[in-house]
Design a protein around this ligand. Structure first.
Ligand code: SMG
Ligand code: MG
Length: 374
């Protein structure tokens, strides 16, 4: 496959409702799309990738502008240089950019686009390529911090009525035990978990132990990204299984966290770990270690949602992921919308991602475009 050009497209998409976590309130999303214009044997194809970096430095050390700049200045030129020597492959991409340190979300987006192009040319779906063993995945939903307990219960009730099979509540100091207790009192023993996005410290251990009374599936990333030792100490003091998200930036980090008892469960996000191929390696490693994994979300458009459903179809993804219907975040997605059917989302079966951007929607939401020619 030869890449003749790469486009970096920044979109601006309103969220249907504000999404508040321990680190921010988002009312819109600015997806960064990577479009690889590739060809082989005279056949041309567009491969699509989505970078999950947020616009601000609140979730990770990458952000929208850094990702776009690293793609423009380093990663895309590295692909053009590499293909002067040999054919470009998604499998070989990570190695070819290893010398460019960090920027995993930017790398993941370009690798995803290369993979999509290759698979479309080969007539192979993402699910097939990654090893999905199912045609659909159970759909969990992430519920933000609300202004009141009543408002939260209204949202949780709506999501349950829509068929979501698992509820995840965002928590932070001052909004944790009370909302969990209220959801348990109102909705009984529904599958329920919490995500703190690093908002606590080990000094909060006694308070966090109060959550053990509510039979949660897991507590996600209560402490800092680098706090592997502290998560292991907290895990020993809590009955609720410890799940890591921000900390698991690579296969090595996953192995380290598991071996040190810091992660009984892992939230896998392809963008955070450098791509879908690295995500599969973490899945394999966790499965080997008997550690359940589930697929996290970064408010992706239908492009990232398609890739996430394929990833979540692997056998070690035994817990419902944050793969909601498009309508959970967007009144209009840039692909055909993903819809909830009996609590599940179907894995697109077509070549590559199995979905592509709708031209009108791209037109409506596009904010910035940059084309790099080989
Ligand atoms: C903007 S918050 C993104 C990170 C957050 N993601 C979610 O809560 C799920 C969002 C989604 O359903 O895409 C997490 O830490 O797991
Ligand atoms: Mg999380």
């Amino acid at each position: 496959m030869r890449v003749r050009a790469v486009e970096l497209l920044t979109l601006r998409m309103p969220l249907v409702t504000p999404f508040t976590t321990s680190f921010s309130t988002q009312t819109e999303r600015f997806p960064l799309l990577v479009r690889v214009l590739a060809e082989t044997d005279g056949r041309e194809v567009d491969g699509w990738g989505e970078c999950v970096a947020l616009t601000d430095l609140v979730y990770s050390s990458e952000y929208l502008d850094s990702a776009r700049e690293v793609l423009r200045r380093y990663l895309v030129p590295a692909v053009f240089a590499a293909q002067a020597r040999e054919a470009v492959t998604a499998d070989g991409f990570a190695e070819s950019v290893r010398h460019i340190l960090g920027h995993r979300m930017a790398k993941a987006a370009l690798e995803m686009a290369l993979l999509d192009a290759e698979l479309r040319l080969a007539g192979v779906s993402f699910g097939e390529r990654l090893g999905a063993t199912t045609a659909s995945v159970p759909s969990g939903v992430s519920v933000g911090i609300h202004d009141s307990i009543d408002a939260l219960l209204g949202s949780v009730g709506d999501y349950l009525d829509q068929g979501y099979v698992r509820i995840k509540l965002k928590i932070r100091p001052g909004w944790d035990v009370e909302p969990v207790r209220a959801v348990r009192d109102r909705f009984g023993d529904i599958p329920l978990q919490v995500d703190a996005n690093t908002a606590y410290t080990l000094a909060d251990a006694e308070h966090l132990r109060l959550l053990d009374a509510y039979d949660l599936l897991l507590i996600e990333q209560p402490l800092g990204e680098d706090d592997i030792r502290e998560h292991a100490l907290l895990a020993r003091r809590m009955r609720t299984p410890m799940c890591l998200d921000e900390s698991i930036v690579s296969t090595d980090a996953a192995r380290d966290a598991i071996e040190r008892g810091a992660a009984a469960i892992i939230n896998i996000k392809a963008g955070r770990v450098g791509g879908y191929l690295a995500a599969v390696r973490i899945h394999d490693l966790a499965r080997e270690a008997g550690v359940p994994v589930w697929c996290g979300g970064m408010l992706e458009t239908g492009l990232g949602r398609a890739a996430n459903t394929a990833l979540a179809g692997l056998p070690g993804f035994t817990l419902p992921g944050d793969i909601s219907a498009s309508a959970r975040f967007f009144a209009q997605d840039i692909t055909e919308p993903f819809v909830l059917q009996d609590g599940r989302i179907r894995i697109p079966a077509g070549p590559g991602l199995g979905v592509e951007p709708l031209p009108d929607a791209l037109e409506e939401f596009s904010q910035h475009a940059l084309t790099l020619e080989a």
